[in-house]
Every structure is written in C-alpha cells, then in structure tokens.
Design a protein around this ligand. Structure first.
Ligand SMILES: CC(C)(COP(=O)(O)OP(=O)(O)OC[C@H]1O[C@@H](n2cnc3c(N)ncnc32)[C@H](O)[C@@H]1OP(=O)(O)O)[C@@H](O)C(=O)NCCC(=O)NCCS
Length: 171
C-alpha cells in the first residue's frame, strides 16, 4: 500500500532585524506552557534585539505568509561550543516537525562554524521536554542556577544538556 509522503518542511532562513517583533510574539506564545513555574512573558523587544547582537535566530515562515513566523530558534557560538536557545514553535504549528528541523539546522551551522558541541538548557520542571531532547541526541551534563530567580514561582534550576557534533574520534 502506498503511504502518503509527509508534507515537505518549509525553508529555514536567518532572521533579521525586521523579524524582531515576530520573534517576540511567537516565543511568548510558545512559552505560555512555562507560566505554571515562571511569571511574565519569556521575552520582549529589547531582549530579542540584544540577542540579535550576541547571536542570531533561525526562523520558519508560516505557509504563504513570508514575515509571519511559525517557529524559531536562537543560536550563539563561543569558541568550539554552540548554544541553542528559545526553541519556539507557534502552538498552531506544533507537531509538524518544525522544532526538529530547526535543531538539525542549528547543529549543521554550528558544525560548519567549527563547533564540537551544542548546548541547551532546560528548566528542570519541564519534564515533558527531556524525552524530546534525549531523542535528538542531547544528554544532561550539569545543573545550573536559573538566571532570573525573581521570575520563578517555585524552586527550579536549569539542566544543561549537550550533544557532540562530531564522531568521538574527531572530537
Ligand atoms: C518543544 C517544542 C519546541 C516542540 O515543537 P514541535 O514542532 O511540536 O516538535 P516537532 O514536531 O519537531 O517534534 C519532533 C519530535 O519530537 C517529538 N516531540 C515533540 N514535542 C515533544 C515533547 N514535548 N515530548 C516528547 N516528544 C516530543 C515529536 O513527536 C517528534 O517525534 P518524531 O521525530 O518521532 O516524529 C514546542 O512544543 C514548543 O515550542 N514548546 C514551547 C517552548 C519550549 O518549551 N521550548 C523549548 C525550551 S528548552
């Protein structure tokens, strides 16, 4: 029996300054799921503008709506380590493989730019996220304090997870 082939994923592009408001909107929509443990919005215009300077965002446009984002991820590089942050998929577009595609695109960029490892940090109370990152090849390596303790509604910390971007013999 012929299976229907999956929908092709939309292209992933580098976001620019004109996307800042959309990055804020989609990030905050996605991170509503953290409001059980963190107060307030996840981000704002000045935070995103500042992260545009320290790193960059990869983005996916909603189908047929260039400039309206469905998903995004932040990426920064320091020496041989990449950092993936605020992976966000608009709830209307979740479950379509966009997050996985963004993670793989971030990994590829990091590899091309000489990184050996890719790091992420996950709030320890987000139990749902650990299987997602484990399946993508990340492993927990450290516990870190939460950088904005004034936002915490209950005791929490970050779990740093890392993925090797090269074969062990090439690290
Ligand atoms: C987590 C999040 C980015 C996943 O986005 P998504 O587009 O729905 O994920 P994908 O469709 O790419 O899923 C990829 C795979 O992970 C699985 N998956 C997705 N969310 C999962 C979850 N919460 N727990 C376990 N597995 C999950 C999918 O089933 C899929 O598996 P497959 O490859 O076997 O088909 C999205 O739910 C989100 O934006 N959440 C809010 C913000 C957030 O928590 N970001 C991460 C903070 S560190």
């Amino acid at each position: 029996m012929n299976r229907p082939s999956p929908e092709p994923l939309p292209p992933i592009r580098l976001a620019s300054a004109v996307d800042v408001a959309e990055i804020v909107r989609v990030t905050n929509r996605a991170y509503v799921v953290e409001q059980f443990c963190l107060r307030g919005d996840r981000t704002d215009l000045s935070d995103v503008a500042s992260r545009m300077r320290s790193g960059r965002f990869l983005a996916i446009d909603a189908p047929g709506q260039m400039g309206t984002l469905s998903a995004l991820a932040y990426l920064s590089i320091e020496a041989d380590r990449g950092y993936l942050g605020t992976l966000s998929v608009d709830p209307a577009f979740q479950g379509q493989g966009q997050a996985k595609a963004l993670v793989l695109a971030v990994e590829e960029r990091c590899r091309q730019e000489g990184c050996r490892f890719l790091d992420i940090s996950v709030v320890n109370l987000r139990k749902d996220l650990f299987p997602f990152y484990l399946r993508l090849g990340f492993a927990p390596v450290a516990i870190l304090p939460f950088p904005r303790p004034e936002k915490a509604l209950r005791p929490l910390h970050l779990v740093q997870m890392t993925k090797a971007l090269l074969a062990p013999e090439d690290l």
